[in-house]
Design a protein around this ligand. Structure first.
Ligand SMILES: C[S@@+](CC[C@H](N)C(=O)[O-])C[C@H]1O[C@@H](n2cnc3c(N)ncnc32)[C@H](O)[C@@H]1O
Length: 277
């Protein structure tokens, strides 16, 4: 990932880098159903690890948390130490689409707000090989909540993330990638505001004066404000959805070996985690 360091400054030090909450992480875990004791977990595109900590606390197994932005991993290390969870959280710097991991070595693959970076179906195909047969996956993804969104919101997302699917379309993609769909549920608007947009807008405010001399930062702040405004107006037509999946024995296509990030999203809308790719 090669964003100007300025742009990262908008996101560093925030409680999380995308929509979600601990309560919703736990709700997704509950809906997934039983896992083995002390499951082996991968958290892909973990950011500074809000959900990593929630998973480690809830599951008691080892969580390998992967991100390609090292400062987020250092934040997560510090949070894990403070929470007394360092012994179960391993941070790993790497590309979530091309990790050197043993096949079938994980019981659970988790990813909040990050799979869009490699593409929903391609990411699921790539991650499938790291899951043991019958292993589980939970992925949150920005999705259309209506079949026919209006032209303005459609135009925004067609430019930002043309591959964004409806829940039905993403369920089809998950099945094509070799998963059974256990459940899917949309995140409420509070998942965007409470832990994400509200602190992000406050941070943008703090950095606004400095941004006058930093074009990339100024552009990133303007993008965030545009995206928040869009969400205020059209947040009933799109939103984050948690997809809860079980790895099937046979996939419909390739396993995504060698997949690299950056295929599907064009612009960085942050609701879809966009600036951070
Ligand atoms: C929208 S953030 C979500 C972070 C976290 N899951 C959360 O919800 O707070 C997306 C994350 O993916 C990371 N990322 C982007 N491209 C990546 C890649 N190719 N491999 C691993 N991580 C990547 C970014 O650094 C960022 O932390």
């Amino acid at each position: 990932m090669s964003l100007p360091a300025d742009v990262y400054r908008l996101y560093e030090g925030l409680p999380q880098q995308g929509p979600g909450s601990d309560a919703l992480t736990l709700e997704a875990l509950r809906r997934l159903g039983p896992l083995p004791d002390a499951p082996r977990v991968l958290d892909l595109g973990c950011g500074s690890g809000r959900q990593t900590l929630a998973l480690a606390r809830a599951l008691g197994g080892r969580v390998v948390a992967v991100d390609d932005h090292e400062p987020f991993l250092r934040e997560l290390d510090a949070r894990a130490r403070a929470a007394g969870l360092s012994h179960v959280i391993e941070t790993r710097l790497g590309d979530m689409g091309a990790l050197d991991l043993e096949a079938a070595s994980a019981d659970l693959a988790w990813s909040e707000g990050a799979i869009y970076i490699v593409g929903f179906e391609r990411g699921l195909r790539a991650w499938r090989r790291w899951l043991r047969p019958g292993g589980l996956a939970a992925v949150s993804e920005c999705s259309w909540l209506v079949e026919r969104p209006g032209p303005e919101v459609r135009a925004f997302w067609d430019a930002a993330y043309p591959a964004m699917g409806t829940i039905a379309r993403n369920a089809e993609r998950a099945r094509a990638a070799g998963y059974e769909v256990i459940d899917a549920f949309p995140l409420p608007a509070s998942a965007w505001w409470d832990g994400y947009y509200t602190p992000l807008l406050a941070r943008a405010e703090v950095l606004a004066a400095e941004a006058r001399d930093h074009a990339a930062l100024a552009e990133a702040i303007a993008d965030v404000r545009r995206e928040v405004e869009l969400f205020e107006r059209f947040g009933d037509t799109y939103g984050y959805v948690f997809y809860l999946l079980r790895r099937q024995p046979v996939s419909a296509g390739g396993d995504g070996r060698g997949l690299r990030a950056g295929a599907e999203a064009h612009l960085p809308p942050h609701g879809s985690g966009g600036g951070l790719r």
